[in-house]
Ligand binder design. Structure first.
Ligand code: 6PG
Length: 480
């Protein structure tokens, strides 16, 4: 048994335990520690045969087991618990050692922690880890931020345990950028995840309520879609969830689940930060609000009797054609959601000076993470071809695909509106697309209104400068 560990993991709930096992399975000696010692013992007893573990009962033992520079991964709840673990371990570390936070921390907390620890000579790495329990064990997508020199030492280990992209075997990990960059990108990953899941949910509801298909039939449709350009983890698992039958009742599983979606908060953060950055992530926002609305059971019950259109399910042939249209709408809306997510990463990178490489972000999302999808290969290629691409919609391939999809996309939104099926994601994505390409927007009227009631001034299309109209007087215009 080695007397020193190349990496240590403290916090051995499922994610931490599986990450520790992943390091051990890949040949590293792993020091393991948990506040509840029994959990540490259970890990080594159950999985000790998978590799070299050094079990530590105290913080001091844990630190002593680590080779220099020490690499200490904390896998505890974001917020206060993470601060508490840092406060416990930092005094035991020496300059050059590193603390790696693998939780879903808010990037602002990571920036604060990185600055405070840097002043003590300790490296702090905020590391997004995506892929859930299975990913942590078999290969997650990993989004480490923090000092570049930390990655020089930590990166090779993360590359070994990460998922590998199916197309070229590349490790799904990169040094995202300094301080909070890694947790920021993980946050946006989760925002896109919410949008993806909302769009899939809307496609399901349309196939159910408008096309009249059963969950099992819709599962088959998703399996077919998963063979094509929608090939992705979320589409794959949707087919599994929809084909599942509840053992207790024999009913489709999806019909026995309470239709109130919960959220731990990373999708919400994505929207809050986008509002601060002035980035329209309407698809992600609608996904967050759809989850919130679903949770207002009393409000929904009080609204149940509100009048809506008569349901008019389609005939068999029309239903099949409609399903093809829904695929087009889903794909086009998905492109918009990723476009918005990458826009937010660009804005965050500019705001915080992170110089994030969008092609690399797309590349490491090709495997291991929840939003892993074949079309991320195409997003990577788009950014590798043109790093300063203003928007994914400016990429000719994506622009062409959206052009080909838009008639069906519009038909689907029209059908949803006519049949009273809520599709905030599809509709927001289409509205975003139409707003982006519009020659003129009603924002001109907004500026006029703001100047009328608040003298907030406006700019003109034909002259430089800011102006105000004397609405209460002769309505002449003055330079502001
Ligand atoms: C991942 C997931 C994960 C997420 C949980 C719960 O990338 O592995 O995104 O980080 O936190 O799945 O997410 P919500 O409760 O916010 O849906």
């Amino acid at each position: 048994m080695s007397t020193s560990a190349q990496i240590g993991v403290t916090g051995l709930a499922v994610m931490g335990r599986n990450l520790a096992r992943n390091f051990a399975r890949n040949g590293y000696t792993v020091a393991v520690h948990n506040r509840t010692v029994a959990r540490t013992k259970a890990l080594v007893e159950e999985f000790g045969g998978e590799g070299d573990f050094i079990s530590a009962e105290t913080a001091e033992e844990f630190v002593a087991a680590l080779e220099r520079p020490r690499r200490l991964v904390i896998m505890v709840k974001a917020g206060g618990p993470t601060d508490a673990v840092i406060e416990e371990f930092a005094p035991l570390l020496e300059p050059g050692d590193m603390i790696i936070d693998g939780g879903n921390a808010h990037f602002a907390d990571t920036r604060r922690r990185e600055k405070a620890l840097r002043e003590q000579g300790i490296h702090f790495v905020g590391m997004g880890v995506s892929g859930g329990e299975e990913g942590a064990l078999h290969g997650p997508s990993i989004m480490p931020g923090g000092p570049k020199e930390s990655y020089d030492s930590l990166g090779p280990m993360l590359e070994k345990i990460s998922a590998k992209a199916a197309k070229d075997g590349a490790p799904c990990v990169t040094h995202v950028g300094p301080d909070g960059a890694g947790h920021f990108v993980k946050m946006v990953h989760n925002g896109i995840e919410y949008a993806d899941m909302q769009l899939i949910g809307e496609a399901y509801q349309l196939l159910r309520d408008v096309a009249g298909y059963s969950p099992a039939e819709i599962a088959d449709i998703f399996r077919t879609w998963n063979q094509g350009r929608l090939d992705s983890y979320l589409i794959e698992i949707t087919a599994e969830v929809l084909s599942h039958v509840d053992a207790a009742t024999g009913r489709p599983f999806v019909d026995v689940v309470v239709d109130q979606a919960e959220q731990k908060g990373t999708g919400r953060w994505t929207v809050q930060i986008a509002l601060d950055l002035g980035v329209p992530v309407s698809g992600i926002a609608e996904a967050v609000f759809a989850r919130s609305l679903s949770g207002h059971a009393t409000l929904r019950a009080a609204s149940r009797g509100l009048t809506g259109p008569e349901a008019a399910p389609l005939g068999k042939e029309e239903a099949a054609a409609f399903a093809d249209q829904v695929e087009q709408a889903l794909y086009a809306s998905k492109i918009v959601s990723y476009t918005q997510g990458f826009h937010e990463i660009t804005a965050g990178s500019e705001e915080y000076g992170w110089d994030i490489d969008l092609g690399k972000v797309a590349s490491i999302w090709r495997g291991g993470c929840i939003i892993r999808a074949a079309f991320l290969d195409r997003i990577r290629a788009a950014y590798d071809t043109r790093a300063d691409l203003p928007s994914l919609l400016s990429d000719e391939t994506f622009a062409r695909e959206i052009a080909d999809a838009q008639d069906d996309w519009r038909d689907v939104v029209i059908a949803a509106v006519r049949q009273g099926v809520p599709t905030p994601g599809f509709s927001a994505a289409l509205a975003y697309y139409d707003a982006l390409r519009a020659e003129r927007l009603p924002a001109a009227l907004t500026q006029g209104q703001r100047d009328f009631f608040g003298a907030h001034t406006y700019r003109r299309v034909d002259r430089e400068g800011a102006f105000h109209t004397l609405w209460g007087g002769d309505r002449s215009e003055v330079s502001a």
